[in-house]
Design a protein around this ligand. Structure first.
Ligand code: THU
Length: 141
């Protein structure tokens, strides 16, 4: 566990990016505003906020919106870090569906779960989603 003051400048930049995009979350149904920022091996940062829908199941989480931005810019991004910011006292980890999407491009990345107070919990992605389903399994059939 670290916080925004003790984090490295790179991680602080990722936090600031996720914090900024969170303000644009479209969450009229749940009221939960989520911001996500992903960093690729190129150093570039891509952001996303959650995007809800009147047909609730069509909602897309902030992490997947950010991943989509990374893929749209780099096609096959190598994700090295994912930052998620909410206002929750206990920072939110990525949901199961987002873990599956992160696994595709960032199996070795670090996940940072943070809140508005700057509390940040760092976890290796492989710990959050061990034995993930991947392209290798498709090739083994
Ligand atoms: N949400 C995210 O953006 N990321 C997650 O990992 C968990 C949930 C969003 C979806 C929905 O808009 C709201 O938070 C409540 O579930």
């Amino acid at each position: 566990m670290s916080n925004n003051e003790t984090a490295s400048p790179k991680i602080r930049a990722l936090y600031e990016a996720a914090l900024a995009v969170r303000s644009r979350a479209y969450a009229p149904y749940s009221g939960y505003f989520v911001g996500a920022a992903v960093q690729t091996a190129t150093g570039a940062i891509y952001v996303g906020c959650n995007m809800e829908n009147a047909s609730y199941g069509a909602t897309i989480c902030a992490e997947r919106v950010a991943m989509g931005a990374a893929v749209s810019a780099e096609s096959r991004p190598q994700i090295v870090a994912v930052m998620i910011v909410t206002d929750a006292e206990i920072p939110w980890p990525p949901c199961g569906m987002c873990r599956q999407v992160i696994a595709e491009f960032g199996a070795d990345c670090q996940i940072y779960c943070a809140n508005l107070g700057g509390v940040m919990q760092q976890t290796p992605f492989a710990e959050l989603y061990p034995q993930s389903f991947s392209i290798g399994h498709l090739q083994n059939t």
